[in-house]
Design a protein around this ligand. Sequence first.
Ligand code: PLP
Length: 572
Amino acid sequence: MYDQQVLGGAMATGENSETESKKKRSKISKKGENAATSSTSDLLCLLSSLPLSPSFSRLLFSSERKQPPLPTHPRSLHPQGQPNARYYGGNENVDRLELLCKERALRAFNLDPAAWGVNVQPYSGSPANLAVYTALLNPHDRIMGLDLPSGGHLTHGYYTGNGKKVSATSIFFESLPYKLDPTTGWIDYDKLEEKAGDFRPKMIICGGSAYPRDWDYARLRAIADKVRGFSLRTLHFLFSRFRLFFSIPLLSSSSLFSGALCLFDSLSFLSLFSTPFLSPSLSLPLSPILSLSLVLSDRIKQVGALLMCDMAHTSGLIAAGELKQPFEFCDVVTTTTHKSLRGPRAGMIFMRKGPKPASALKKGEPEGTCYEMEDKIDFAVFPSLQGGPHNHQIAALAVALKSVATPEFKAYAKQVKLNAAALGARLVHHGYKIVTGGTDNHLVLWDLRPEDLTGSKVEKACDMAHITLNKNAVVGDVSAMAPGGCRIGAPAMTSRGLKEADFEKIADFLHEALLICKDVQASSGRLLKQFNAGLAADKRIADLKTRVEAFGASYPMPGFVIDASKAATNGH
Ligand SMILES: Cc1ncc(COP(=O)(O)O)c(C=O)c1O
Protein backbone atom coordinates (compact mmCIF):
# COMPACT_ATOMS: atom_id res chain seq x y z
CA MET A 1 0.00 0.00 0.00
CA TYR A 2 2.67 2.39 1.07
CA ASP A 3 4.81 1.52 -1.94
CA GLN A 4 1.89 2.08 -4.26
CA GLN A 5 1.15 5.51 -2.85
CA VAL A 6 4.72 6.67 -2.85
CA LEU A 7 5.61 5.27 -6.20
CA GLY A 8 2.26 6.33 -7.67
CA GLY A 9 3.15 9.91 -6.72
CA ALA A 10 6.62 9.57 -8.11
CA MET A 11 5.30 8.24 -11.35
CA ALA A 12 2.65 10.93 -11.64
CA THR A 13 5.40 13.51 -11.67
CA GLY A 14 7.36 11.57 -14.21
CA GLU A 15 4.75 11.23 -16.98
CA ASN A 16 7.27 11.84 -19.74
CA SER A 17 9.32 8.90 -18.79
CA GLU A 18 6.25 6.63 -18.88
CA THR A 19 6.57 5.57 -22.52
CA GLU A 20 10.27 5.01 -22.23
CA SER A 21 9.68 3.07 -19.02
CA LYS A 22 7.23 0.82 -20.78
CA LYS A 23 9.68 0.17 -23.59
CA LYS A 24 12.42 -0.69 -21.14
CA ARG A 25 10.09 -2.74 -19.01
CA SER A 26 9.50 -5.03 -21.93
CA LYS A 27 13.22 -5.79 -21.96
CA ILE A 28 13.34 -6.64 -18.30
CA SER A 29 11.72 -9.50 -16.50
CA LYS A 30 11.59 -9.88 -12.77
CA LYS A 31 13.12 -12.88 -11.05
CA GLY A 32 11.52 -14.53 -8.06
CA GLU A 33 8.15 -14.87 -6.54
CA ASN A 34 7.16 -11.24 -6.07
CA ALA A 35 6.75 -10.28 -9.69
CA ALA A 36 2.97 -10.44 -9.57
CA THR A 37 2.28 -7.93 -6.82
CA SER A 38 1.14 -4.57 -8.02
CA SER A 39 3.43 -2.65 -5.69
CA THR A 40 6.51 -4.39 -7.00
CA SER A 41 5.26 -3.97 -10.59
CA ASP A 42 5.11 -0.25 -9.95
CA LEU A 43 8.55 -0.42 -8.43
CA LEU A 44 9.80 -2.37 -11.40
CA CYS A 45 8.26 0.15 -13.78
CA LEU A 46 9.86 3.07 -11.98
CA LEU A 47 13.23 1.39 -11.73
CA SER A 48 13.16 0.28 -15.32
CA SER A 49 13.09 3.92 -16.38
CA LEU A 50 16.48 4.32 -14.78
CA PRO A 51 19.51 3.92 -16.99
CA LEU A 52 21.42 0.71 -16.38
CA SER A 53 24.66 2.59 -16.40
CA PRO A 54 27.81 1.86 -14.43
CA SER A 55 26.66 3.25 -11.12
CA PHE A 56 29.91 3.49 -9.27
CA SER A 57 29.32 5.16 -6.00
CA ARG A 58 25.59 4.74 -5.51
CA LEU A 59 24.53 1.19 -4.99
CA LEU A 60 20.93 1.24 -6.03
CA PHE A 61 20.27 -2.31 -5.05
CA SER A 62 21.90 -3.86 -2.11
CA SER A 63 23.28 -7.32 -2.55
CA GLU A 64 21.88 -10.11 -4.67
CA ARG A 65 18.37 -9.63 -3.35
CA LYS A 66 15.67 -12.00 -4.21
CA GLN A 67 13.31 -10.47 -1.63
CA PRO A 68 11.75 -6.99 -1.81
CA PRO A 69 14.26 -4.18 -1.08
CA LEU A 70 12.89 -3.63 2.43
CA PRO A 71 10.19 -5.61 4.18
CA THR A 72 7.25 -3.42 5.10
CA HIS A 73 5.34 -5.21 7.88
CA PRO A 74 7.65 -4.49 10.81
CA ARG A 75 7.60 -0.82 9.91
CA SER A 76 4.26 -0.13 11.57
CA LEU A 77 5.47 -0.97 15.08
CA HIS A 78 7.02 1.57 17.43
CA PRO A 79 9.39 -0.31 19.68
CA GLN A 80 11.38 2.46 21.29
CA GLY A 81 14.25 1.19 23.41
CA GLN A 82 16.40 -1.91 23.28
CA PRO A 83 15.06 -5.47 22.82
CA ASN A 84 13.41 -6.77 26.01
CA ALA A 85 13.46 -3.24 27.43
CA ARG A 86 10.99 -1.41 25.18
CA TYR A 87 8.88 1.51 26.25
CA TYR A 88 5.72 -0.09 24.79
CA GLY A 89 4.57 -3.68 24.92
CA GLY A 90 3.74 -6.02 22.07
CA ASN A 91 7.20 -6.24 20.62
CA GLU A 92 8.19 -9.85 21.19
CA ASN A 93 8.71 -10.60 17.51
CA VAL A 94 10.54 -7.37 16.82
CA ASP A 95 12.72 -8.13 19.83
CA ARG A 96 13.65 -11.47 18.30
CA LEU A 97 14.35 -9.80 14.99
CA GLU A 98 16.62 -7.15 16.49
CA LEU A 99 18.46 -9.64 18.69
CA LEU A 100 19.08 -11.79 15.63
CA CYS A 101 20.39 -8.79 13.76
CA LYS A 102 22.74 -7.90 16.64
CA GLU A 103 23.99 -11.48 16.84
CA ARG A 104 24.68 -11.52 13.10
CA ALA A 105 26.39 -8.13 13.26
CA LEU A 106 28.86 -9.40 15.85
CA ARG A 107 29.40 -12.61 13.94
CA ALA A 108 29.97 -10.77 10.66
CA PHE A 109 32.99 -9.05 12.22
CA ASN A 110 34.08 -12.03 14.27
CA LEU A 111 33.51 -10.25 17.58
CA ASP A 112 33.17 -11.89 20.98
CA PRO A 113 29.76 -10.93 22.46
CA ALA A 114 31.38 -10.78 25.90
CA ALA A 115 33.80 -8.06 24.75
CA TRP A 116 31.72 -6.14 22.19
CA GLY A 117 28.19 -4.80 22.05
CA VAL A 118 26.38 -3.44 19.04
CA ASN A 119 23.51 -1.06 18.47
CA VAL A 120 21.72 -1.65 15.16
CA GLN A 121 19.17 1.15 15.48
CA PRO A 122 20.95 4.20 13.99
CA TYR A 123 18.97 5.40 11.00
CA SER A 124 22.20 5.88 9.08
CA GLY A 125 25.89 6.74 9.41
CA SER A 126 25.60 10.38 10.46
CA PRO A 127 23.13 9.66 13.29
CA ALA A 128 25.38 6.78 14.39
CA ASN A 129 28.36 9.10 14.68
CA LEU A 130 26.42 11.79 16.49
CA ALA A 131 25.13 9.18 18.94
CA VAL A 132 28.71 8.17 19.78
CA TYR A 133 29.73 11.76 20.38
CA THR A 134 26.61 12.43 22.45
CA ALA A 135 27.30 9.38 24.58
CA LEU A 136 31.02 9.71 25.14
CA LEU A 137 31.79 13.43 24.93
CA ASN A 138 30.59 16.54 26.64
CA PRO A 139 29.71 19.66 24.65
CA HIS A 140 32.91 21.41 23.54
CA ASP A 141 35.15 18.43 24.18
CA ARG A 142 37.93 18.21 21.62
CA ILE A 143 37.97 15.82 18.71
CA MET A 144 40.26 15.16 15.76
CA GLY A 145 39.15 13.56 12.50
CA LEU A 146 40.52 13.40 8.97
CA ASP A 147 39.85 16.70 7.21
CA LEU A 148 37.06 16.58 4.62
CA PRO A 149 39.29 17.69 1.71
CA SER A 150 41.72 14.96 2.79
CA GLY A 151 38.99 12.32 2.46
CA GLY A 152 37.31 12.54 5.86
CA HIS A 153 33.57 12.84 6.43
CA LEU A 154 31.49 15.87 7.43
CA THR A 155 30.54 14.22 10.69
CA HIS A 156 34.18 13.96 11.73
CA GLY A 157 34.17 17.65 12.63
CA TYR A 158 34.35 19.58 9.37
CA TYR A 159 34.52 23.37 9.26
CA THR A 160 35.55 25.46 6.29
CA GLY A 161 38.81 27.30 5.81
CA ASN A 162 37.17 30.54 6.90
CA GLY A 163 35.91 28.92 10.09
CA LYS A 164 32.30 28.24 9.12
CA LYS A 165 31.10 25.33 11.23
CA VAL A 166 29.43 23.08 8.72
CA SER A 167 28.77 19.88 10.60
CA ALA A 168 26.93 19.51 13.91
CA THR A 169 30.12 17.85 15.09
CA SER A 170 32.05 21.09 14.69
CA ILE A 171 29.15 23.12 16.10
CA PHE A 172 28.89 21.14 19.32
CA PHE A 173 32.50 20.05 19.74
CA GLU A 174 35.90 21.64 19.25
CA SER A 175 37.43 20.02 16.25
CA LEU A 176 40.93 20.08 14.81
CA PRO A 177 41.40 18.13 11.59
CA TYR A 178 44.43 16.09 10.64
CA LYS A 179 45.41 15.83 7.01
CA LEU A 180 47.16 13.93 4.27
CA ASP A 181 50.77 14.53 3.38
CA PRO A 182 50.31 16.80 0.35
CA THR A 183 53.24 15.24 -1.48
CA THR A 184 52.26 11.58 -1.10
CA GLY A 185 48.51 11.74 -0.49
CA TRP A 186 48.92 9.31 2.44
CA ILE A 187 47.86 10.18 5.98
CA ASP A 188 50.57 12.09 7.76
CA TYR A 189 50.65 10.17 11.06
CA ASP A 190 53.67 12.08 12.37
CA LYS A 191 51.88 15.39 11.98
CA LEU A 192 48.77 13.90 13.54
CA GLU A 193 50.82 12.81 16.55
CA GLU A 194 52.35 16.24 16.90
CA LYS A 195 48.98 18.01 16.60
CA ALA A 196 47.30 15.58 19.01
CA GLY A 197 50.05 16.22 21.55
CA ASP A 198 49.25 19.93 21.48
CA PHE A 199 45.49 19.76 21.09
CA ARG A 200 44.93 16.86 23.49
CA PRO A 201 41.65 15.64 21.99
CA LYS A 202 39.17 13.58 23.92
CA MET A 203 38.57 11.48 20.84
CA ILE A 204 40.45 10.66 17.64
CA ILE A 205 38.34 9.53 14.70
CA CYS A 206 39.72 7.43 11.90
CA GLY A 207 38.06 6.15 8.74
CA GLY A 208 36.91 8.30 5.87
CA SER A 209 34.85 8.76 2.74
CA ALA A 210 37.49 9.18 0.09
CA TYR A 211 40.76 7.73 1.31
CA PRO A 212 42.02 5.02 -1.04
CA ARG A 213 44.43 3.37 1.44
CA ASP A 214 44.12 1.18 4.48
CA TRP A 215 44.59 2.61 7.99
CA ASP A 216 47.39 2.11 10.50
CA TYR A 217 45.18 1.37 13.50
CA ALA A 218 48.10 0.33 15.71
CA ARG A 219 49.77 3.68 15.17
CA LEU A 220 46.50 5.51 15.81
CA ARG A 221 46.05 3.63 19.08
CA ALA A 222 49.55 4.57 20.15
CA ILE A 223 48.86 8.22 19.35
CA ALA A 224 45.55 8.13 21.21
CA ASP A 225 47.18 6.53 24.25
CA LYS A 226 49.82 9.24 24.40
CA VAL A 227 47.26 12.02 24.56
CA ARG A 228 46.56 13.44 27.96
CA GLY A 229 43.37 15.40 27.99
CA PHE A 230 41.46 17.71 30.21
CA SER A 231 37.74 18.11 29.79
CA LEU A 232 34.67 19.29 31.60
CA ARG A 233 34.26 15.73 32.76
CA THR A 234 36.46 16.90 35.58
CA LEU A 235 33.22 17.97 37.23
CA HIS A 236 31.91 14.43 37.23
CA PHE A 237 35.32 13.11 38.17
CA LEU A 238 35.52 15.56 41.02
CA PHE A 239 32.30 14.43 42.64
CA SER A 240 33.04 10.74 42.23
CA ARG A 241 36.51 11.14 43.72
CA PHE A 242 35.23 13.22 46.62
CA ARG A 243 32.84 10.44 47.49
CA LEU A 244 35.61 7.90 47.40
CA PHE A 245 37.99 10.10 49.33
CA PHE A 246 35.69 10.71 52.27
CA SER A 247 33.83 7.45 52.46
CA ILE A 248 36.75 5.03 52.82
CA PRO A 249 38.38 5.38 56.23
CA LEU A 250 41.36 3.13 55.50
CA LEU A 251 42.81 4.51 52.33
CA SER A 252 44.38 1.96 50.05
CA SER A 253 47.17 3.11 47.81
CA SER A 254 44.78 3.39 44.90
CA SER A 255 42.32 5.52 46.84
CA LEU A 256 45.20 7.64 48.09
CA PHE A 257 46.07 8.13 44.48
CA SER A 258 42.44 8.96 43.75
CA GLY A 259 42.53 11.41 46.60
CA ALA A 260 45.51 13.17 45.11
CA LEU A 261 43.76 13.38 41.79
CA CYS A 262 40.69 14.67 43.55
CA LEU A 263 42.73 17.42 45.14
CA PHE A 264 44.23 18.54 41.87
CA ASP A 265 40.90 18.34 40.13
CA SER A 266 39.13 20.23 42.90
CA LEU A 267 41.70 22.98 42.69
CA SER A 268 41.53 23.16 38.93
CA PHE A 269 37.76 23.09 38.97
CA LEU A 270 37.38 25.69 41.71
CA SER A 271 39.93 28.05 40.29
CA LEU A 272 38.67 27.61 36.74
CA PHE A 273 35.08 28.38 37.56
CA SER A 274 35.53 30.94 40.29
CA THR A 275 38.13 33.09 38.54
CA PRO A 276 35.70 35.04 36.33
CA PHE A 277 33.60 36.02 39.33
CA LEU A 278 36.41 37.21 41.54
CA SER A 279 38.01 40.60 41.78
CA PRO A 280 41.43 40.90 40.09
CA SER A 281 43.14 40.94 43.48
CA LEU A 282 41.81 37.45 44.21
CA SER A 283 41.83 35.97 40.73
CA LEU A 284 45.46 36.86 40.05
CA PRO A 285 46.89 34.69 42.84
CA LEU A 286 44.47 31.93 41.79
CA SER A 287 45.71 31.68 38.22
CA PRO A 288 49.05 29.98 39.07
CA ILE A 289 47.09 27.48 41.16
CA LEU A 290 44.86 26.88 38.19
CA SER A 291 47.75 26.29 35.83
CA LEU A 292 49.61 24.05 38.24
CA SER A 293 46.58 21.98 39.15
CA LEU A 294 45.57 21.57 35.51
CA VAL A 295 49.02 20.36 34.58
CA LEU A 296 49.32 18.02 37.54
CA SER A 297 45.87 16.49 37.22
CA ASP A 298 46.39 15.94 33.49
CA ARG A 299 49.86 14.48 33.89
CA ILE A 300 48.81 12.10 36.59
CA LYS A 301 45.58 10.91 35.04
CA GLN A 302 47.00 10.00 31.63
CA VAL A 303 43.47 9.62 30.38
CA GLY A 304 44.41 9.03 26.75
CA ALA A 305 42.00 9.73 23.92
CA LEU A 306 39.19 7.50 22.80
CA LEU A 307 39.75 6.01 19.38
CA MET A 308 36.75 5.71 17.11
CA CYS A 309 36.75 4.20 13.66
CA ASP A 310 34.06 5.09 11.13
CA MET A 311 34.39 2.19 8.70
CA ALA A 312 31.30 3.21 6.69
CA HIS A 313 32.95 2.79 3.32
CA THR A 314 35.03 -0.26 3.98
CA SER A 315 32.97 -2.38 6.38
CA GLY A 316 32.20 -4.98 3.70
CA LEU A 317 35.88 -5.40 2.90
CA ILE A 318 36.77 -5.53 6.59
CA ALA A 319 34.11 -8.17 7.28
CA ALA A 320 35.47 -10.25 4.42
CA GLY A 321 39.03 -9.95 5.73
CA GLU A 322 40.16 -7.94 2.71
CA LEU A 323 41.27 -4.96 4.83
CA LYS A 324 42.78 -4.68 8.29
CA GLN A 325 40.14 -4.79 11.00
CA PRO A 326 39.94 -1.85 13.42
CA PHE A 327 38.42 -3.69 16.38
CA GLU A 328 41.67 -4.73 18.00
CA PHE A 329 42.69 -1.12 18.49
CA CYS A 330 39.53 1.01 18.62
CA ASP A 331 37.10 1.70 21.45
CA VAL A 332 34.12 2.31 19.20
CA VAL A 333 33.46 1.44 15.57
CA THR A 334 30.60 2.86 13.51
CA THR A 335 29.44 2.03 10.02
CA THR A 336 26.78 2.66 7.47
CA THR A 337 25.38 -0.57 6.12
CA HIS A 338 24.64 0.37 2.51
CA LYS A 339 28.09 0.81 1.03
CA SER A 340 30.53 -2.06 0.59
CA LEU A 341 28.51 -4.05 3.17
CA ARG A 342 25.64 -4.15 0.61
CA GLY A 343 22.80 -3.81 3.11
CA PRO A 344 19.91 -1.37 3.45
CA ARG A 345 20.54 2.30 4.24
CA ALA A 346 21.14 2.19 7.97
CA GLY A 347 23.90 2.43 10.57
CA MET A 348 25.50 0.39 13.35
CA ILE A 349 27.64 1.21 16.37
CA PHE A 350 30.00 -1.36 17.87
CA MET A 351 31.36 -0.59 21.33
CA ARG A 352 33.70 -2.35 23.72
CA LYS A 353 32.11 -3.82 26.83
CA GLY A 354 33.04 -6.03 29.77
CA PRO A 355 36.24 -5.79 31.81
CA LYS A 356 39.00 -3.64 30.37
CA PRO A 357 42.28 -5.37 29.55
CA ALA A 358 45.22 -4.23 31.70
CA SER A 359 46.54 -2.09 28.82
CA ALA A 360 43.32 -0.06 28.75
CA LEU A 361 43.13 0.66 32.48
CA LYS A 362 43.64 4.28 33.36
CA LYS A 363 45.89 5.03 36.28
CA GLY A 364 43.94 4.55 39.45
CA GLU A 365 41.44 2.14 37.90
CA PRO A 366 41.51 -1.23 39.65
CA GLU A 367 41.77 -4.47 37.68
CA GLY A 368 38.34 -5.63 36.56
CA THR A 369 37.05 -2.15 35.83
CA CYS A 370 34.53 -2.45 33.02
CA TYR A 371 33.95 -0.33 29.96
CA GLU A 372 30.91 1.86 30.42
CA MET A 373 30.07 2.68 26.84
CA GLU A 374 27.24 0.36 25.90
CA ASP A 375 24.48 1.84 28.06
CA LYS A 376 25.60 5.36 27.26
CA ILE A 377 25.52 4.72 23.52
CA ASP A 378 22.19 2.91 23.66
CA PHE A 379 20.79 5.85 25.62
CA ALA A 380 22.20 8.37 23.14
CA VAL A 381 20.56 6.53 20.23
CA PHE A 382 17.26 6.39 22.11
CA PRO A 383 15.94 8.53 23.74
CA SER A 384 18.56 11.26 23.25
CA LEU A 385 18.66 11.42 19.45
CA GLN A 386 16.21 9.07 17.81
CA GLY A 387 12.71 7.75 18.41
CA GLY A 388 11.56 4.28 17.48
CA PRO A 389 13.93 2.16 15.42
CA HIS A 390 13.20 1.45 11.75
CA ASN A 391 12.47 -2.25 12.14
CA HIS A 392 12.12 -2.82 8.42
CA GLN A 393 15.70 -1.58 7.98
CA ILE A 394 16.83 -3.81 10.83
CA ALA A 395 15.12 -6.79 9.18
CA ALA A 396 16.82 -6.04 5.86
CA LEU A 397 20.13 -5.55 7.69
CA ALA A 398 19.78 -8.95 9.34
CA VAL A 399 19.40 -10.46 5.85
CA ALA A 400 22.44 -8.58 4.53
CA LEU A 401 24.57 -9.55 7.52
CA LYS A 402 23.74 -13.20 7.00
CA SER A 403 25.02 -12.95 3.45
CA VAL A 404 28.30 -11.47 4.71
CA ALA A 405 29.21 -14.88 6.07
CA THR A 406 28.83 -16.58 2.67
CA PRO A 407 31.65 -17.52 0.29
CA GLU A 408 29.88 -15.40 -2.39
CA PHE A 409 30.29 -12.29 -0.28
CA LYS A 410 33.96 -13.02 0.32
CA ALA A 411 34.46 -13.48 -3.42
CA TYR A 412 32.64 -10.20 -4.08
CA ALA A 413 34.84 -8.32 -1.58
CA LYS A 414 38.01 -9.74 -3.12
CA GLN A 415 36.78 -8.80 -6.58
CA VAL A 416 35.92 -5.25 -5.46
CA LYS A 417 39.55 -4.70 -4.56
CA LEU A 418 40.84 -6.26 -7.76
CA ASN A 419 38.44 -4.17 -9.83
CA ALA A 420 39.30 -0.89 -8.12
CA ALA A 421 43.00 -1.63 -8.61
CA ALA A 422 42.44 -2.44 -12.30
CA LEU A 423 40.48 0.78 -12.82
CA GLY A 424 43.19 2.84 -11.11
CA ALA A 425 45.99 1.19 -13.04
CA ARG A 426 44.21 1.82 -16.35
CA LEU A 427 43.70 5.50 -15.52
CA VAL A 428 47.40 5.76 -14.70
CA HIS A 429 48.12 3.98 -18.00
CA HIS A 430 46.17 6.78 -19.74
CA GLY A 431 48.52 9.24 -18.06
CA TYR A 432 46.28 10.43 -15.23
CA LYS A 433 47.13 11.13 -11.63
CA ILE A 434 45.26 9.23 -8.96
CA VAL A 435 45.72 10.10 -5.31
CA THR A 436 48.48 7.95 -3.72
CA GLY A 437 49.09 6.42 -7.15
CA GLY A 438 46.78 3.48 -6.47
CA THR A 439 44.29 1.98 -4.07
CA ASP A 440 44.11 -0.61 -1.29
CA ASN A 441 40.34 -0.61 -1.10
CA HIS A 442 37.20 -0.14 -3.16
CA LEU A 443 37.75 3.36 -4.50
CA VAL A 444 39.94 5.42 -6.74
CA LEU A 445 40.39 9.14 -6.24
CA TRP A 446 41.09 10.79 -9.56
CA ASP A 447 43.03 14.06 -9.36
CA LEU A 448 41.81 16.22 -12.23
CA ARG A 449 43.83 19.31 -11.46
CA PRO A 450 46.75 18.32 -13.72
CA GLU A 451 44.18 18.13 -16.55
CA ASP A 452 43.01 21.67 -15.76
CA LEU A 453 39.50 20.37 -15.06
CA THR A 454 37.29 20.31 -11.98
CA GLY A 455 35.40 17.43 -10.47
CA SER A 456 32.09 19.20 -11.23
CA LYS A 457 32.80 19.30 -14.96
CA VAL A 458 33.85 15.68 -15.26
CA GLU A 459 30.95 14.58 -13.04
CA LYS A 460 28.55 16.47 -15.31
CA ALA A 461 29.97 14.92 -18.50
CA CYS A 462 29.85 11.45 -16.95
CA ASP A 463 26.28 11.98 -15.76
CA MET A 464 25.28 12.87 -19.30
CA ALA A 465 26.99 9.71 -20.53
CA HIS A 466 25.15 7.70 -17.85
CA ILE A 467 28.27 7.02 -15.84
CA THR A 468 27.61 7.76 -12.19
CA LEU A 469 30.56 8.94 -10.14
CA ASN A 470 30.95 11.96 -7.93
CA LYS A 471 33.05 15.05 -7.67
CA ASN A 472 35.34 14.94 -4.67
CA ALA A 473 37.91 17.08 -2.95
CA VAL A 474 41.52 15.99 -3.33
CA VAL A 475 44.32 16.89 -0.96
CA GLY A 476 45.15 20.58 -1.21
CA ASP A 477 41.63 21.63 -2.28
CA VAL A 478 40.28 24.49 -0.26
CA SER A 479 36.61 24.06 -1.10
CA ALA A 480 34.43 20.98 -1.04
CA MET A 481 32.01 22.82 -3.34
CA ALA A 482 34.50 23.19 -6.19
CA PRO A 483 36.68 20.14 -5.77
CA GLY A 484 39.53 19.12 -8.02
CA GLY A 485 38.81 15.42 -8.30
CA CYS A 486 36.34 12.59 -8.76
CA ARG A 487 35.75 9.55 -6.59
CA ILE A 488 35.01 6.27 -8.31
CA GLY A 489 33.91 3.22 -6.34
CA ALA A 490 33.89 -0.39 -7.43
CA PRO A 491 31.23 -2.18 -5.27
CA ALA A 492 28.14 -1.43 -7.37
CA MET A 493 29.48 -2.63 -10.69
CA THR A 494 31.24 -5.55 -9.02
CA SER A 495 27.84 -6.60 -7.69
CA ARG A 496 26.68 -6.67 -11.30
CA GLY A 497 29.40 -9.16 -12.14
CA LEU A 498 32.13 -7.04 -13.71
CA LYS A 499 35.73 -8.19 -13.54
CA GLU A 500 39.11 -6.46 -14.01
CA ALA A 501 38.94 -6.28 -17.82
CA ASP A 502 35.48 -4.70 -17.58
CA PHE A 503 36.78 -2.07 -15.19
CA GLU A 504 39.56 -1.30 -17.64
CA LYS A 505 36.84 -0.71 -20.20
CA ILE A 506 35.17 1.67 -17.74
CA ALA A 507 38.47 3.52 -17.36
CA ASP A 508 38.53 3.85 -21.15
CA PHE A 509 35.04 5.38 -21.08
CA LEU A 510 36.22 7.80 -18.41
CA HIS A 511 39.21 8.69 -20.53
CA GLU A 512 36.88 9.46 -23.45
CA ALA A 513 34.63 11.60 -21.24
CA LEU A 514 37.62 13.54 -20.00
CA LEU A 515 38.92 14.25 -23.50
CA ILE A 516 35.49 15.60 -24.44
CA CYS A 517 35.55 17.81 -21.33
CA LYS A 518 38.90 19.26 -22.35
CA ASP A 519 37.70 20.08 -25.88
CA VAL A 520 34.45 21.59 -24.63
CA GLN A 521 36.24 23.72 -22.06
CA ALA A 522 38.62 25.00 -24.75
CA SER A 523 35.84 25.81 -27.21
CA SER A 524 32.95 26.91 -24.95
CA GLY A 525 34.65 28.53 -21.98
CA ARG A 526 35.74 27.72 -18.44
CA LEU A 527 32.63 28.94 -16.63
CA LEU A 528 30.46 26.03 -15.56
CA LYS A 529 27.44 27.53 -17.32
CA GLN A 530 29.34 27.89 -20.61
CA PHE A 531 30.87 24.47 -20.17
CA ASN A 532 27.52 22.77 -19.53
CA ALA A 533 25.98 24.44 -22.59
CA GLY A 534 28.90 23.30 -24.73
CA LEU A 535 28.60 19.78 -23.37
CA ALA A 536 24.89 19.61 -24.12
CA ALA A 537 25.59 20.54 -27.74
CA ASP A 538 28.39 18.02 -28.16
CA LYS A 539 27.29 14.96 -30.11
CA ARG A 540 30.18 12.85 -28.80
CA ILE A 541 28.60 12.71 -25.34
CA ALA A 542 25.39 11.24 -26.79
CA ASP A 543 27.45 8.68 -28.66
CA LEU A 544 29.39 7.78 -25.52
CA LYS A 545 26.12 7.45 -23.62
CA THR A 546 24.77 4.96 -26.18
CA ARG A 547 27.87 2.79 -25.85
CA VAL A 548 27.90 3.06 -22.05
CA GLU A 549 24.24 2.04 -21.90
CA ALA A 550 24.85 -0.93 -24.14
CA PHE A 551 27.81 -1.94 -21.99
CA GLY A 552 25.87 -1.51 -18.71
CA ALA A 553 22.77 -3.27 -19.99
CA SER A 554 24.80 -6.32 -20.89
CA TYR A 555 25.37 -7.14 -17.22
CA PRO A 556 22.79 -8.55 -14.85
CA MET A 557 21.18 -6.22 -12.35
CA PRO A 558 20.65 -7.71 -8.86
CA GLY A 559 16.97 -8.64 -8.66
CA PHE A 560 16.46 -8.42 -12.41
CA VAL A 561 17.54 -10.24 -15.51
CA ILE A 562 18.24 -8.34 -18.69
CA ASP A 563 16.80 -9.40 -22.00
CA ALA A 564 18.40 -12.80 -22.62
CA SER A 565 19.18 -12.24 -26.31
CA LYS A 566 20.98 -8.99 -25.56
CA ALA A 567 22.97 -10.54 -22.76
CA ALA A 568 23.93 -13.45 -25.00
CA THR A 569 25.39 -11.19 -27.67
CA ASN A 570 27.64 -9.66 -25.04
CA GLY A 571 28.76 -12.96 -23.72
CA HIS A 572 27.06 -12.81 -20.31
C1 PLP B 1 32.76 7.71 6.37
C2 PLP B 1 31.30 8.06 6.40
N1 PLP B 1 30.69 8.17 7.58
C3 PLP B 1 29.40 8.49 7.68
C4 PLP B 1 28.64 8.72 6.56
C5 PLP B 1 27.23 9.16 6.72
O1 PLP B 1 26.32 8.29 6.24
P1 PLP B 1 24.85 8.77 5.91
O2 PLP B 1 24.93 9.71 4.76
O3 PLP B 1 24.18 7.51 5.56
O4 PLP B 1 24.31 9.41 7.13
C6 PLP B 1 29.22 8.60 5.29
C7 PLP B 1 28.40 8.81 4.09
O5 PLP B 1 28.74 8.84 3.00
C8 PLP B 1 30.60 8.28 5.21
O6 PLP B 1 31.23 8.19 4.03
